[in-house]
Ligand binder design. Structure first.
Ligand SMILES: C[S@@+](CC[C@H](N)C(=O)[O-])C[C@H]1O[C@@H](n2cnc3c(N)ncnc32)[C@H](O)[C@@H]1O
Length: 398
């Protein structure tokens, strides 16, 4: 008896999923409104159900059904796409998650991108930006709370010698690193001609990025006799471009924290190069010291590994402010979310807003990339999957 009723509930749920997906594909807002009010699922919201065969969510279905209306030469925003846009807005307003993946490992935005539906793609980018901004703010509050808790714990420990519980995990977000910073800094690295890997075969730096590094050095060294600082030596690609640049800088500081990288730098003579000053340690410790000593730079480059977006935000909203000359420029390796186009586009917007809040203007230059294929052999995760690199050049706002 019990078995029959479980079965029956399963069938009902399946029918409800089919209803929701079909109404989304048909852009039937009336039906969707009714289902949102009347249906419920044990594990997710009505707007987040997934078709068991395709993995489509209502957002995927609303976008994918526009396929037939698209012709290669037709730039007109058809009625169907208009209706799809209203459906997408309705689903998002009712809490649909922007980055669920289907069985093809595509988010709804990836589908819009593949089907060349720029307006629908933009709706998904905007949804992603809103979600990531909220997650980043929550992470910040968590960190502030953790800090307060740590201080309370410390005080408590000092008072009675007890140890507190660990704080909650931070929420996951598109641009969060898979590797933990302190684990990375104590892992053994392996360096070959074309890549630097950590002990889990994560790519720390790869030689195909050389063109990006050259263009970044060009953007920063726009005239001779500048003072430049680079944070994160890696394979020394950008530092070598800086050293051989036609606009030679007067001083070239480098900050590096990993002992294996520092050892290799020593072996290769970087500690003794005229005009080069190497600072061993994390930028979080080195940069405040340099600022306290009154060091100033005309150009700053930032490219570290295994750090979170909030570390990066802290870098530009605190350290750059005190180290960069008023007329200076700074740049960073723009690889956040680069494993899929939509995440890359979302993070460009998120960073732009945070840079603006910190008082910076940013200009983007498109850089062509080589075709990447064999490069990933032996690398754990393909961290780059977008066609063009967007090189940021940041300056203080007027
Ligand atoms: C992606 S690589 C830099 C590649 C470099 N741009 C190049 O052209 O070869 C990142 C480097 O940052 C270093 N790093 C990671 N976290 C750091 C930190 N908190 N402070 C300083 N260096 C750090 C890593 O050890 C690694 O050498």
């Amino acid at each position: 008896m019990a078995e029959v009723s479980v079965h029956a509930i399963g069938d009902v749920q399946q029918n409800h999923i089919t209803d929701v997906i079909r109404a989304s594909a048909e852009h039937n807002l009336k039906a969707l409104e009714k289902y949102v009010d009347e249906y419920s699922f044990p594990d997710c919201k009505v707007v987040d159900v997934q078709d068991p065969v395709t993995g489509y969510t209502p957002l995927h279905a609303a976008i994918a059904s526009c396929k037939s209306t698209v012709s290669a030469h037709e730039a007109v925003f058809s009625d169907k796409q208009d209706a799809a846009a209203s459906t997408i807005r309705f689903l998002l307003e009712n809490g649909a998650i922007w980055n669920q993946v289907d069985k093809n490992d595509e988010t709804p935005g990836c589908v819009a991108h593949r089907l060349s539906l720029p307006d629908l793609y933009q709706l998904m980018v905007d949804a992603g930006v809103r979600a990531e901004m909220i997650l980043n703010r929550l992470e910040e509050y968590d960190r502030m709370e953790d800090k307060d808790e740590d201080e309370d714990e410390e005080q408590k420990e000092n008072e009675d010698g007890t140890n507190g519980e660990n704080a909650d995990q931070d929420p996951a977000s598109t641009a969060q690193p898979e590797v933990n910073g302190s684990a990375y800094l104590s892992s053994a690295l392996s360096l070959s001609d074309d890549k630097l890997l950590d002990d889990q075969q994560n790519g720390v730096m790869m030689s195909w990025e050389s063109g990006i590094m050259q263009k970044s050095a060009d953007a920063l060294l726009h005239e001779p006799d500048l003072r430049i600082i680079n944070i994160g030596f890696g394979m020394g690609i950008i530092d070598s471009h800086i050293q051989t640049h036609s606009n030679r800088p007067t001083t070239h500081h480098i900050v590096e924290a990993h002992p294996d990288v520092l050892q290799k730098m020593k072996k290769d003579g970087w500690m003794d190069k005229p005009g080069v000053v190497v600072h061993s340690g994390k930028w979080q410790e080195v940069l405040p010291r340099l600022a306290a000593e009154g060091e100033m730079f005309d150009a700053i480059y930032f490219d570290t590994f295994a750090e979170s977006y909030s570390d990066f935000r802290q870098f530009f909203s605190e350290q750059v402010l005190s180290l960069l000359e008023e007329s200076g420029r700074w740049s960073y390796f723009n690889g956040m979310g680069a494993d899929r186009q939509i995440s890359y586009d979302i993070y460009q917007k998120v960073v732009e807003m945070d840079l603006f809040e910190a008082g910076f203007d940013v200009e983007w230059k498109d850089v062509d990339l080589p075709k990447l294929d064999q490069e990933w052999d032996g690398v754990r995760r393909k961290y780059w999957n977008v066609d063009h690199y967007r090189l940021p050049v940041c300056k203080f706002m007027d």
